[in-house]
Design a protein around this ligand. Sequence first.
Ligand SMILES: C[S@@+](CC[C@H](N)C(=O)[O-])C[C@H]1O[C@@H](n2cnc3c(N)ncnc32)[C@H](O)[C@@H]1O
Length: 253
Amino acid sequence: MWLQEAQGFVMGQLTSNVTESATDLKSRIKRMPIVGQAFQWLSRTSRPLRIRLAQFNSSTYWDSRYANGGNSGNGSFGDLARFKAGIINDFVAENQIDSVIEFGCGDGNQLALSKYPRYIGIDVSPTALQRCRHLFRGDATKKFLRYGEPDANALRADLVLSLDVIYHLVEDDIYEKYMQDVFEAATRFVIVYSDNEEAPRDMLHVRHRKFSNWIGQNQPDWHLIRHIPNKFPWEEGTERGSFADFWIYEKGH
Ligand SMILES: C[S@@+](CC[C@H](N)C(=O)[O-])C[C@H]1O[C@@H](n2cnc3c(N)ncnc32)[C@H](O)[C@@H]1O
């Protein structure tokens, strides 16, 4: 519905304002809230969606997003970041967690709110890792490694985090490997912050998955001990909030 509205709005602007150059009009529409995002999405999807879906590479997407000045997304700022940090920091303290590994640590905005005794952040994006190393220089409790590098494969921790990552793993083989790696690295707990439903792929870099099915089928030693709904749920239309919840798993419980 919003797509049709945006399409209609853009077409209306194009036909009503004949004196404005196409370039000026395009940049004016791009700057408009909501409509601008929809317009950019429409322009990007002008190539057949089928081809774009097949060519999309999540690692390349994230590194170029960071290299072009982008960040880890709305979920790592403001209310959402504080909500995430509050839940995880309390959990770490209550369960005497000594070591934490995060798969998909991002640019460090979320991490800046953390209180962990020892932490290793792993990411596919060299640019994000560079930012983290710079941001936390002098903090000997934090280390950052590239996902897939030999040193990262053998790491183990009491708690492994996957925050706002699973629904970005659009390729099946990458999703499968990521899930295996997350559970292999955890000795006591895994905290996932994601949605947990299959849903149509409405953006190139988002694929909604019912990851709990994968855990049930592939990790029989792991059990869901808590589901914490988001304090700031996704608001259709305003694009505020998040569709992710907390899902806390314990080994052998
Ligand atoms: C939305 S950001 C979330 C960052 C951070 N976890 C947070 O909550 O602020 C997603 C991150 O996952 C990383 N990522 C994507 N695919 C990955 C993969 N297969 N393995 C590890 N990290 C990945 C991206 O580079 C990006 O930094």
